[in-house]
Ligand binder design. Sequence first.
Ligand SMILES: [Zn+2]
Ligand SMILES: [Zn+2]
Length: 345
Amino acid sequence: MTAEMTTHRPAAAKALPLTDTGLAAPEQSGRLPLPNGVLLRRIEWPTASVILAYHLVALLAFIPWTFSWTGVIVAIIAARLSGLLGINICYHRLLTHRGFKCPKWFEHTLAVIAICCVQDTPARWVAVHRRHHQHADEQPDPHSPLVNFLWGHIGWLIIKNPELNRLGIYDRYAKDILRDPFYVAIERNWLQVKIILAQWAVFFGLGFLAELAMGGTTMQALQFGLSILLWGVFVRTVFVWHQTWAVNSVTHLWGYRNYQTDEDSRNNVFIGLLAHGEGWHNNHHADPRSARHGHKWWEFDTTWLTIRLFEKLGLATDVVGPSPHVMAKAGVNMVTRGGSNTPDE
Ligand SMILES: [Zn+2]
Ligand SMILES: [Zn+2]
């Protein structure tokens, strides 16, 4: 199904001089080169424009007229939920790695939440991430921070990479995803954009109506609706972006390793806690299929706990736990257990 582990890893990263574009000149540095065909001056304008626009619009949320504490709370709750349910559970552990199964209606609901995070379509996200696992920290890795931190965090998104040509990577990495007509439909007719715009309307509309219901004037309703939109959509999306991007960048540079994998993945405590368990990235590279990324009792993995809750509710089946062989080889002892692969105590 998915191309999994890599076969080679380069030397450890060192500081790299930046060019005038802010990105590295790896050929001169001896560090990991950019993927083949990448030219730093070829910008992926549609993506770059959306990322820039969201960051700029998010700043408006801090203007007193559009600031509200309700908006801040909505942003925090929406960020936690959309990152957890959409990106971690749906795009990553379910669609990319098939760490569990669930009813199609539930999977599609989670996928719509993921699309609202503006991290591209399910097929595209899955294909890019499977390519990352196949070539982690080698030249074809789409976002290795061994090129430099900025490339791994955001550069790879805004600079054209011919190797990520949509049809090419779909054919190689996302055929199983595109067997589902729902995901094919999302690739067409601007459906992804329509879903994203619909969530703008939902957040604004709920804020607008809530203020009217509490006796506010039309102007007050407009103000509160805009506040909920700016915080609940724009600030939240920017926050979840950086959370996901930090898994790509930070957890291939800084942290500890439970497993001697053949790339530079790390377990990073800060990202582990911030990104609901996605920061236990070395564990994940050692055992990609497992829906549980926290392997030690203190490696808190709320994404895994949520999947277990879904299992108890009958919404998740065939949940894959960490391989006992992988853990035994590295001498990792798990205190709690869960998932079909987890050894008995
Ligand atoms: Zn990785
Ligand atoms: Zn993964």
